[in-house]
Design a binder for this molecule. Structure first.
Ligand code: NAD
Ligand code: WQD
Length: 341
């Protein structure tokens, strides 16, 4: 019988790509999503790619009663991948309580459910935001956790602590926290991708929306950083590569290969790219000309951050493989697909 994996937030951006990779590897998947930041039609894209439809339950994981009921119905869950969370940094500063409520209560409900209904493994979506402005580059998993510069970032730090404290005393539970750098791109089929609501905060959706004419111009936030071209540097990772790391993590747990009850891995490419380099790579990959202008730095942005990937490469046995231009082209194909749908 196939192993059954619960994917919370499975109709969202990273979740949907992960569901595809899990199903391609022969896992059965049940998604819980309240559709607060995604659409049910994502399930059609998943079904078209994989030839199978995941189970889908629409409710809020913060609703403990509904979650308990779910665990009673889906008795034989082998593992959980927990993506469901609010993720907009700026919005979290405006609405801190909503972020603490949604991101922490959902996690605590799940951990309690795992204990009560005997689900032993959880993979958690963490973020490179826990490192803040790092002292040394590339960033290893041992780098100090800095004071968070937003309530969103703080929910990731607190979540990691909640997980650590919980698995420390519940020896039947194991966790892997994956610290993503900057996920970008879409599935090669262009049938699933990122669906930002309103004006995108993130660079690549803003670029593709500008190229297609929804936005007049891209604003490059700062060219006076201490970097070779003055614009800020990030580690942009292909979303399908990222999704595959979740499958590897689930298998690692199922095969009892974890070295401790909670493990942390950086998921990045190990290569930093500046904003101006991303613009050039996008233009080269797609043949589109991008309108942009340099403006002031964005408040709260760090100068440079990219991953030391040695631990993930060697211990997890996973490596990002897709090149930057191919990834940017996939983002562009997806943008064209959704606008012409
Ligand atoms: P997303 O918003 O596309 O997906 C999250 C999904 O969770 C959405 O479909 C939303 O409807 C659902 N959801 C939110 N709260 C819920 C709740 N209480 N109950 C049920 N469903 C709920 O976001 P994403 O980009 O796919 O991110 C997934 C995870 O990865 C998040 O935890 C995010 O913080 C983390 N992460 C994302 C990035 C990034 O740049 N995208 C980087 C680092 C970490
Ligand atoms: C990338 C670079 C901007 C938009 C955020 C979260 C982080 C993580 C990933 C969840 C920066 C520049 C952007 C634009 C620009 N998410 N930029 N013009 O800020 O690295 O990380 O997403 O955990 O926590 O903070 O990503 O895509 O917003 O920005 O010049 O219109 O692009 O200044 O240098 P960021 P981003």
């Amino acid at each position: 019988m196939n192993k059954l994996i619960l994917v919370t937030g499975g109709t969202g951006y990273i979740g949907s790509h992960t569901v595809v990779e899990l199903m391609n590897e022969g896992f059965d998947v049940v998604i819980i999503d309240n559709l607060s930041n995604s659409e049910k039609s994502v399930l059609d894209g998943i079904a078209e790619i994989t030839g199978r439809r995941p189970y889908f339950e629409q409710f809020d994981i913060c609703d403990k009663e509904k979650l308990d009921n779910f665990f009673r119905v889906y008795k034989k869950l082998d593992a959980i991948i927990h993506f469901a969370a609010f993720k907009a940094v700026g919005e979290s500063i405006e609405k801190p309580l909503s972020y603490y409520q949604n991101n922490l209560v959902s996690l605590m409900n799940l951990l309690k459910g795992m204990n009560d209904y005997n689900v032993p493994y959880i993979v958690f979506s963490s973020s490179c935001t826990v490192y803040g402005e790092p002292d040394e580059l590339p960033v290893t998993e041992q780098a100090p956790i800095k004071v968070a510069n937003s309530p969103y970032g703080n929910t990731k730090q607190i979540s990691e602590e909640i997980i650590k404290d919980t698995v420390d005393v519940n020896h039947n539970l194991k966790a892997i926290a994956l610290r993503y750098f900057n996920p970008i791109g879409a599935h090669n089929s262009a049938l699933i991708g990122e669906l930002p609501v309103g004006v995108p905060d993130n660079l690549v959706p803003f670029i593709t929306q500008t190229a297609i004419g929804i936005r007049d111009e891209l604003k490059v936030f700062g060219n006076d950083y201490n970097t070779p071209d003055g614009s800020a540097i990030r580690d942009y990772i292909n979303v399908v590569d990222l999704a595959k790391a979740h499958v590897v993590s689930v298998k690692r747990m199922l095969e009892d290969k974890c070295k401790s009850n909670v493990e942390f891995f950086n998921l990045g490419t190990g290569k930093g790219s500046s904003v101006l380099e991303i613009i050039n790579a996008f233009e080269k990959a797609t043949g589109e000309k991008l309108t942009y202008k340099i403006v002031d730095r964005r408040v709260g942005d760090v100068e440079s951050v990219y991953a030391d990937t040695k631990f993930a490469n060697e211990e997890l046995g996973w490596k990002a493989e897709t090149g930057l231009e191919e990834t940017l082209l996939s983002a562009w194909s997806w943008e064209k697909y959704i606008r012409n749908k």
